[in-house]
Design a protein around this ligand. Structure first.
Ligand code: ZN
Length: 237
């Protein structure tokens, strides 16, 4: 073979090797699952920070790219979640995504209006006392239909009894200056925030187990308001 044929062939071969090695500069998929050791080491403050950081990634469109099938396989033998999130039913609030968490990272309790009853309190006690979660986060959200229904005094089937659980937050918001109607976004927000505060109070009042864990610094109990319009959170003290 002549030299002027050999050189282009060699160059072609080198290019093929380079392309095969770096098909695209895609980041590796994360397949990590929280272990018992990692869960035990985490402090409630670190968990809160992780969730706040995760929300910033979600808001910025920089979520972790995860290998879910691998996470399913790895998490099957046991779970060691970092937190329990109580969210509304709303389809626009994807809990794991909002905090950029993976399979096995979060216990999620959901009910329209994110209030607690005996069953949810039992679930929270299981999450923290039995399964080692370090934080309870109660998350209300913007434009919540359940909150609007409670303000509007909707009566329909079992929804009536459900909305009654949110009514104390409506009563607590009567000092609001402005129109106290479901069409007033600011008033709906005020009620949603008060509803989260009521839920936090109920957890401490009705679960001596969780109250004690909080007092001993073993868990954190926090509230947040999720904005549908931009995917961010406001933390509620
Ligand atoms: Zn809602």
């Amino acid at each position: 073979m002549k030299l002027n044929t050999l050189i282009p062939l060699c160059l072609l071969a080198i290019a093929a090797i380079i392309i095969a090695r770096n098909p695209k500069e895609e980041p590796l998929l994360d397949s990590h699952v929280t272990t018992a050791e990692e869960q035990a080491k985490l402090t409630p403050d670190e968990v809160l920070k992780q969730f706040k950081d995760g929300n910033q990634r979600f808001h910025a469109g920089k979520e972790t790219r995860r290998n879910h099938s691998e996470q399913v396989r790895k998490s099957a033998p046991g779970q060691f979640p970092k937190a329990m999130v109580l969210s509304c039913l709303d389809s626009r609030v994807p809990v794991e995504d909002v905090f950029d968490q993976g399979i096995g990272d979060v216990f999620v309790g959901r009910v329209a209006g994110n209030f607690v009853n005996e069953d949810l309190l039992g679930s929270m006690e299981f999450a923290c006392k039995v399964a080692g979660a370090k934080m309870i986060l109660v998350m209300g959200h913007q434009h919540c239909g359940a909150i609007k229904g409670a303000i509007d005094d909707v009566k329909l089937g079992n929804i009536t009894a459900m909305l009654a659980k949110i009514k104390p937050a409506v009563a607590a918001s009567q000092g609001f200056e402005g129109e106290k109607k479901p069409t007033n976004t600011e008033f709906v927000k005020r009620v949603a925030v008060n509803n989260v505060k009521n839920t936090l109070g109920q957890i401490r009042e009705k679960s001596p187990i969780l109250k004690e864990m909080e007092e001993k610094g073993q868990i954190k109990i926090v509230g947040a308001f999720y904005r549908l319009t931009d995917g961010t959170l406001e933390f509620i003290e």
